[in-house]
Design a protein around this ligand. Sequence first.
Ligand code: C5P
Length: 399
Amino acid sequence: MLSLTNKRILLGITGGIAAYKCAELTRLFSKAGAEVRVAMTKAATEFITPLTMQALSGNRVSLDLLDTDAEAAMGHIELARWADLVIIAPATADFIARVSHGQADDILTTLVLATAAPIAIAPAMNQAMWSDSGTQENLSALSDRGYHIFGPASGEQACGDVGPGRMLEPQQLLQHCGNLFDVGRFASLRLLITGGPTREAIDPVRFISNHSSGKMAFALAQEAAAAGAQVTLVSGPVNLATPDSVSRIDVESAEDMLDAVMGNISGTNVFIGVAAVADYRPKQLAHEKIKKDDEGLTLSLIKNPDIISEVAKLSKGPFTVGFAAETNSIIENGKQKLLSKKLDLLFANNATQSFNSDSISLTAITSENEFEIATANKNVVAQEILKLISERINSKSAE
Ligand code: C5P
């Protein structure tokens, strides 16, 4: 059964050429069992008629804040309260700018400001407008406020340009909206994830680090966000794009990572430590480049903080999930880490097989048992991991 059954979706349409796709989107929402109400800006009505949207949604379309008839049928505040989800598709650069500044100067911006429901936007605009730093700043402000940003896709544009800015297809938007209500309780959960390596400076040009591409952490962040979680990803230096709707904090050293984690841990429901944190750092940081005058060089190292153990120690802390990349006695070492770090769940793997790879196999280890997650693409494995976490949080909170 699709997770949109009986969900109340408020579809806001702004004035872009992709507005014509809203007819199909409304049809798909209805087919999935959702009830749809539509609000349109004046510009949107130039691209698709309110009559079309009324016929497809089966409900009167809201067009104007000051329309007494419409307000008598369902006022804008009532409509904002009615929704389980507000999706603005297409969302123009102008709409994104106005809403990011908290304006309420038309029916759509007002609804968005007044609703307590999750808000998703599907940007659609010319590729240069999309890449403009003003648009990107506005989007990152919305993302920080918990808005779900779906797309855009890249490709040919109505204006003849090629690049990012195409609205996602209705079928993809349907899937993203369904995901917001999927995977049990993720829609109202906050996840904090660490990923990538850390770098421990020796001098201004050298560092100690671990192998880690960050792909597993980024896949988890992407899948958790798609399942409706509010995700913060604290990442060491990696070469990966930030997944949609994920708020990312870049760090270098283990100490920076600990600061970022502790600064964001409050209110976190699930912490997942995927980062390959360097266990040691140079005792002294040389402020000038070390000259290679001698035949040998001895570095004195001191232990780094164990970030995940610090999180697991917190009273009323989050459900804490660790990873263990091992080269030998994988399950034994994994179990040992689960217990010594006081984790709720741990995923162990063979370190040498997964570096920089797009696929991985893992053994899930709890205090009671362990089982295998077969080799698959890291996004597929991430979905399995999230399913397990969701089941275990649910059974933990039912105890
Ligand atoms: O490096 P180790 O095998 O101990 O990593 C096991 C788990 O502990 C992983 O989840 C890793 O992210 C976390 N860890 C950490 N801080 C460290 C070392 C490891 O959070 N200093």
